[in-house]
Write a protein that binds this ligand. Structure first.
Ligand SMILES: Nc1nc2c(ncn2[C@@H]2O[C@H](COP(=O)(O)OP(=O)(O)O)[C@@H](O)[C@H]2O)c(=O)[nH]1
Ligand SMILES: [Mg+2]
Length: 209
């Protein structure tokens, strides 16, 4: 059972680690389980996410047994063929018991410690359906806060054969939260070269700047 270490927050939030991609640029290796220095990549994400949410779900499409070792529910996409992150978001929204779901990718080891708070502030003040992070140049929609009420619209969109998360966002009341002061948050590991770079940064031999 997770302790909610944000006593001022009344709204319950489920954190979802999106680990359901094919990771083609990684040669198809299951991204969340790739070793970064001495631990699977998802360990870093879960460690940063835990104090920010009330409960966690892992969304994965392979190696479900290994993901279950973390002790959280592991859910596979309800739509097959790896249609993209929106399928993972839909799966999470249909599984979560809270109205609000925070998504993060499994391949970014530096989640801001105030990710939830900043997304929730903008979500609430802009009366949004969805609030996503903005890095100063562009939206980073897999770092997002989604309300359960938009699930039917995602399902319609996916059933129509649409896939693109960025385009789907045009259909909802969208807020963004500024994280331009956290450029490291959006460094993610998509290729073996990026993995090497991130490992160098984590081991302290170089900086994120
Ligand atoms: N559930 C699910 N998640 C996916 C799928 N494709 C990608 N993802 C997840 O979405 C996130 C972003 O995917 P990634 O390939 O790293 O995209 P990029 O970093 O934006 O180029 C990662 O956490 C992936 O695991 C999918 O088909 N289903
Ligand atoms: Mg990525």
């Amino acid at each position: 059972m997770l302790e909610n270490r944000l006593p001022t927050r009344q709204t319950k939030i489920t954190g979802v680690v999106l680990a359901g991609g094919m990771a083609q640029r990684m040669g198809g290796t299951d991204e969340g389980l790739i070793q970064l220095i001495d631990r699977p990549m998802i360990d870093y994400v879960i460690a940063s996410l835990t104090p920010q949410v009330d409960t966690i779900i892992i969304n994965a499409n392979r190696n479900l047994q290994q993901y279950r070792h973390y002790g959280y529910p592991v859910v596979a996409d309800t739509i097959g063929d790896f249609p993209g992150p929106l399928a993972g978001i839909a799966t999470a929204l249909s599984t979560a018991e809270t109205d609000l779901v925070l998504t993060v990718p499994c391949d970014g080891p530096w989640l801001p410690s105030d990710l939830t708070q900043r997304l929730l502030d903008q979500f609430t003040s802009q009366n949004a359906d969805v609030c996503v992070a903005h890095d100063g140049n562009r939206m980073q929609p897999v770092f997002g806060l989604f309300h359960k009420r938009i699930l039917p619209d995602i399902e319609d969109y996916l059933s129509a054969g649409e896939r693109k998360l960025q385009l789907w966002l045009k259909r909802v009341r969208l807020a963004t939260a500024d994280f331009s002061d956290h450029p490291e948050a959006f460094i993610n590991v998509n290729t073996p070269e990026e993995k090497e770079r991130v490992e160098r940064i984590l081991s302290g031999s170089t900086s994120t700047q």
